[in-house]
Ligand binder design. Structure first.
Ligand code: FES
Length: 369
């Protein structure tokens, strides 16, 4: 049935059982739709970052991309109203002898509407200048009626020290003051769907994580992360942030792009519950996987532990403990020492073998990595 112009896409009865599907026609991935007795055929790769349009859904005559919801007309390939300059290639199609025939070549070309570049979509080049210190507090509290946070107080002592003793620029990011959406699992659709800048940042101009990305990925050399312990784990806001940082780690998986280079992390963990070492262990694993480095003795912690619930005394103890505040200052000093040496050194080569998604499994099955 195939000739020079037409390719056989399959049995009409079978193809008409589903309103939208992605199939290979010759060498093309094609999104075949069937609505009100009429077939449509457009290229199956979305203009955004290549999402499989034929695996999406239909909104009237528009295909909704399954990755980030861009829409294209199922017959013409033209973007939804307001985005007509975005167009995916259209194929002709016809029914003959019970078979659906699709043109070998697209009859329109792909066209991309120029989209404004997201401010985070830039190279991670360190601006010249002295070491810069970022503190990230993951403590949750009622911002209208603030309370004393032991982890944040120690973080502030360290940042004060950076300014007063070392004359450095510091910034404090309080996650509770940032409004941001939880990770919505784009990675779970496909590694390629988890983008940089984060898919949510691209969709939501007011995304509060932008400030975290700016400071962690671009501005800071030393990052101190402070968390309380909640039921033997870091705070819920810590994990909400960590999940959104998957977009940073995924650049290594997708492109061998290590965005965090020569950056040092120090950790501050306090609370009324036990499990300091496990909390720190998780945090070190995570920030290590992002590419951050740690000084000797990379954390300080304090916990009332298992034997007491007198948290009002805990606050008093931390407030009045010169030792703990000195410990926070010394943690920063260790981070600065390592940071200075990293800035003066050379970047080491990064090899993927043995690392996450290095491609060994794919090669074993005869595919390219
Ligand atoms: S909307 Fe299609 S790949 Fe992002």
């Amino acid at each position: 049935m195939s000739d020079e112009k037409w390719q056989d896409a399959g049995d009409v009865v079978e193809l008409s059982t589903r309103p939208l599907q992605q199939i290979m026609v010759g060498r093309n991935k094609v999104a075949i739709s069937f609505v009100d007795g009429k077939f449509g055929a457009v290229h199956g790769a979305c203009n955004h970052v290549g999402g499989p349009l034929g695996q999406g859904t239909l909104d009237g005559d528009y295909i909704v991309c399954p990755w980030h919801n861009w829409k294209f007309h199922r017959v013409t390939g033209v973007g939804e109203p307001g985005f007509e300059e975005d167009r995916v290639p259209r194929f002709e199609c016809k029914v003959e002898n019970g078979r659906l025939l699709v043109s070998q070549a697209a009859v329109t070309s792909r066209q991309r509407k120029p989209h404004a570049k997201h401010p985070l979509d830039r190279d991670t080049i360190r601006e010249p200048g002295p070491i810069r210190v970022v503190g990230i507090s993951t403590t949750v509290m009622d911002t209208d009626h603030p309370r004393y946070s032991t982890s944040e107080a120690l973080l502030e002592s360290a940042l004060d020290h950076g300014r007063s003793k070392h004359g450095l620029q510091t910034r404090l990011v309080k996650l509770r003051e940032k409004s941001f959406r939880a990770c919505e699992g784009y990675y779970s659709k496909s590694a390629q769907a988890c983008t940089w800048p984060c898919s949510i940042s691209q969709m939501d101009a007011k995304d509060g994580m932008n400030d975290v990305y700016e400071n962690l990925v671009f501005w800071g050399d030393v990052v101190l992360i402070a968390t309380p312990i909640r039921w033997a784990a870091a705070s819920s806001l810590y994990f909400k942030m960590a999940e959104r940082l998957n977009a940073v780690q995924n650049q290594i998986t997708l492109k061998n792009r290590v965005m965090l280079k020569n950056k040092v992390a120090g950790l501050i963990v306090t609370g009324g519950q036990d499990n300091v070492q496990a909390v720190v262990g998780q945090m070190m694993l995570f920030f290590g996987e992002l590419g951050m480095q740690f000084p000797q003795f990379p954390f300080i912690a304090h916990s009332r532990g298992w034997t007491a619930e007198d948290m009002e005394r805990n606050v008093e103890m931390v407030q009045n403990s010169e030792e703990l505040h000195d410990g926070a200052r010394a943690l920063l000093d260790r981070c600065l020492d390592l940071s200075g040496r990293l800035q003066a050194g050379h970047a080491t080569e990064f090899r993927r073998a043995g690392r996450k998604a290095s491609g060994i499994e794919k090669r074993r099955h005869g595919e390219s990595s």
